[in-house]
Each structure stands twice: as structure tokens, then as C-alpha cells.
Design a protein. Structure first.
Length: 106
């Protein structure tokens, strides 16, 4: 799965994204999602969207086995490290898309 985040995330983005995710995994007994999250165009969250992101993480944390965060900012690298402490899956930060995809496949 690949997700590109462009601009500032809003509550409306989560209203669209969460049902798509939940519908995709609803019939899978034990999902092991591997995802590439491209943050190179990301500009932050609106407050309500940050709350939506936290709720999504709490609800579906165990279903994500690997998350590759692709970015180009120091704070994104730090965010990946911090998020990894609280995640049941692996999270790693990359600045090269091909390295991220290779890591996800192994």
C-alpha cells in the first residue's frame, strides 16, 4: 500500500481514508499491512486531524507490520523514531524511495 500525503491533513481526509482502510481489511483474519507513507509534500495536521490520526493508530496499530516513512525533513526522521516506540510493527524512515520499497519487501 502506498499513501502520499500532500499539504495539511484535515478531518475530512480521515473521514475518507479510514472507511477505505477498514473496508479493505474487514474480511482479513489477521492483516499484516505494509505501507509506504510519502511525506515529502506533507505540511502538518489540523488539530482535529491530528486527533483522528491518533485514533486510527490506536485502533489499527497491530494490523500494520511495516511502515516506511519517506521524507526529507529532520523532524520526520525524529517522528519515525518516536512512533516506532509505540507501534507493534516496524517503522523506519527513508529519504530514498527505492530503499524504502526494498525494506518493505524484506
Amino acid at each position: 500500500m502506498n499513501i502520499s500525503v500532500i499539504g495539511k491533513l484535515k478531518h475530512e481526509d480521515y473521514e475518507l481514508m479510514v472507511p477505505l482502510l477498514e473496508n479493505a481489511i474487514k474480511d482479513v483474519d489477521q492483516p499484516h499491512i505494509k505501507v509506504l507513507v510519502d511525506l515529502r509534500g506533507f505540511q502538518g495536521w489540523e488539530l482535529r486531524a491530528a486527533w483522528d490520526d491518533l485514533k486510527l493508530g490506536l485502533k489499527h496499530n497491530r494490523e500494520f507490520s511495516k511502515i516506511a516513512m519517506l521524507g526529507n525533513k529532520d523532524w520526520e526522521k525524529l517522528a519515525a523514531r518516536i512512533t516506532n516506540w509505540f507501534s507493534s510493527g516496524e517503522i523506519s524512515y527513508f529519504e530514498d524511495k527505492f530503499e524504502a520499497l526494498d525494506w518493505l519487501q524484506n
